[in-house]
Design a protein around this ligand. Sequence first.
Ligand code: C2E
Ligand code: CA
Ligand code: CA
Length: 834
Amino acid sequence: MQRKIIIFMLPLFMAFAAGAIIAMFYMQTTLSEINSLIKLHGIEALRKELIISLQEVQADLYTVHTPAGQKLDAIVTHVASLESSAETCTSCHHESSVDGQINEMQAKIKAYQRAMSFYITASANKERVDNLRHSAAVIGNDLLLMTGGMSAKASNKLAVVTSSALGRVNKAKIVIVITTLLSGILGLLIATRLALSIIRPIKKLEEAACAVIKGELGYTVTVDDTTEFGKIAETFNKMSKSLEKGYRDLHAEVEERTKIEQELRESNERYALAARGANDGLWDWDLKKNSVFYSNRWKEMLGYDDGDIGSYPDAWFDLVHPDDRQQLESKISGHLDGHTPQFGCEYRIRHKDGRYLWVFNRGLAEYDHVGNPFRFAGSQTDITERKQAEEQLMHDALHDALTGLPNRALFMDRLNQRLKRIMKRKKENEKYLSAVLFLDLDRFKVVNDSLGHSTGDQLLIHLAERITASIRPGDTIARLGGDEFAVLIEDIEDRAQIDKITMRIQNMIKRPFHINEQEIYTSSSIGIAFCSTGYEQPEDVMRDAEMAMYQAKSLGKANCEIFDQKLYSSRMGRLQLENDLGKALDHEEFILYYQPILDLNTERVIGFEALIRWNHSKHGIIYPADFIPIAEETGLIIPISEWILEEACRQINVWQKKYATDMLHMSVNVSAKQFLDVDFAAKVGWALHNHCLDACCLTLEITESVIMANDEHATAMIRKLRDMGIHIHIDDFGTGYSSLSYLNRFAVNALKIDRSFVMKMSSDNENREIVRAIASLAHTLKLDVVAEGVERADQLKEIRDMNCQYVQGYMFYKPLTVEQVESLLESLQASFIS
Ligand code: C2E
Ligand code: CA
Ligand code: CA
């Protein structure tokens, strides 16, 4: 703005300056004219003076020598002033013509002076005086004439100079008027323009300020001005924006605060409501005064009336169970000392009626500015029911529901504690024996199956009671599951004592049980493991006791066996085998043997059953019965089975191509774990795909027990496999406990009669009938029958008579190596061609 004003004022100033300069110029020239005028006036006065002097001198001339005129001195004075006037006149005439005249005049005056002096001094001669008076008078007349001419000239000159001075004065006047007018108009224009450029932004700012006042925060003014107003507008806009932001922030904060207040109010209300309805007792401890406020509910919870309990802390602490008091006090002081962010403690507190309630107390302390607690408040919740439920749950989790005895988990825990104590005692050189007895009922399955599960359960309950009665109270008896029990006998002095206890248990069990008006006889096999032989883990003791139990069982009913060196070696052997089995796949130690299966109608080989062998680097050929169970237990069966499936599919495909017999089948045994694998069908699919084998050439042999144990899964899996076109045979048929009625639910192709029945057929009528029943059942269900284990001609005859179409057995072929199969196929091909 400042610049703008300067820019606007500059032309005004310049116009003024120009006008003033021009006026000054005219004034200056007018002034010199006026000066000349003044001088001219001076000359005129002189001239008049000169004329007067001359006239006086002339007059005196005629009076001097007369008796009337004695004025000689006056004439002298007039002549002297005449001379000085002439002198002055000379000095003020510049023109040369005037100069000439002046000179001439001066000369005349000199002559006049001379004439006068002659006149004055010549007083004796009257004629001479008259002559002299005459010449002086002539000269005086000439002078008067001369001054008259000069006066006329001077008057002319004065008139000219006066008119010229007036003209200049007029011009100066015009210039001043024009300049003043122009400056006035320009000033007006500038003032309007300036006023507009000041008023407009001020108006805009005013409008904006009004808008802001009305609440239009954030209102901005358009900035197209670079002057101070532009800056003010910019600052205003910033201010308005900042006001708007500030307002928004403030608004948000106000909202937030309102919300918080609302929440706080609700929370307070809720809290008050909750405190009233929560059933919790409240307490508020003034630590400075050491007095506690106990709410009515607090007192009521413990069976007291309002006035029964004072306001001392001890009124509370004295009711706490002695065993829990220390814990409570240390938790409180821990919190008051600032070690815990919150106080919480579960403890027992005595009800007025004497029983103890379980309560949960929680609280919070308030601290002053130096960190000292001054107030401590909280609540007390009755958790007796929850505690009881927890105890029940804990009990249930650690006890067997049927017999109420400790379960495996609790037994293992006790055994673990025992082992730890033994390890500690060993260091102290104390010798007390502990042993685990592993019990398994003989023929319990028979009881269950024949007399029903409820009788079975009753038997187990009675059994538990009898075993408990045969041991000392400090010993632990547990039901491990099914008909398996374990007893932990502690601190016995010698092994003979164990024998006695075992005998006692055996005898108790042997006595008849009276259940549901029936007399039931049973016995148990017991395995014993002594804890003192360097065990660290309870599982190891259990494993050895179980192993001893199996050993006892293998010796017949009601036996007892101690885990000893022999069993230890066999366990170590098994461990070694387990270890080797893990590496066998990588070392390519597995081989497949193939046992031909024949069609009795055509007496031709229709396929093979793949049977695995383990070519152990140290032990030579190991049969599947000796390692498949281990593989099942360790989970190694999965990779092994996958290898078998791939290998069998590859091999049959090779033979099909080599001997151009795409009718050849391959039967592969399926293990329990393999069948339970949800990806099993997919894996089979891959094996077929990998070796370009038609699904109808693959038969999977699944044992009856595997199918029965996983009813739903089996139905679905078999359906899936059948849909793929694969044949399913039920292996070892007749050995399980399966219900025949289930059979039609599984979409199988054939039953494989277990070799144990076939082999005992001729010696045992019962077995023959079983085989016959299976065969006729299969025919009814339109299933094929494969008889395995056919070793002799009489067996074959029986099988034929029973219309079993397919056979497999040593009588025809033993499991063969690849080479043997190939030479067989070659010879068969040759005989077929010939
Ligand atoms: P299995 O499936 O019942 O297999 C038939 C068993 O009977 C084979 O024993 C076979 O050699 C034998 N056998 C066949 N004919 C006769 C005979 O006339 N007389 C006698 N005494 N035995 C005969 P192996 O090969 O020792 O297999 C035993 C069991 O091991 C099989 O019983 C099967 O359950 C399992 N096993 C064999 N190979 C595999 C396999 O690759 N995978 C799976 N998961 N299990 C297999
Ligand atoms: Ca089989
Ligand atoms: Ca079999």
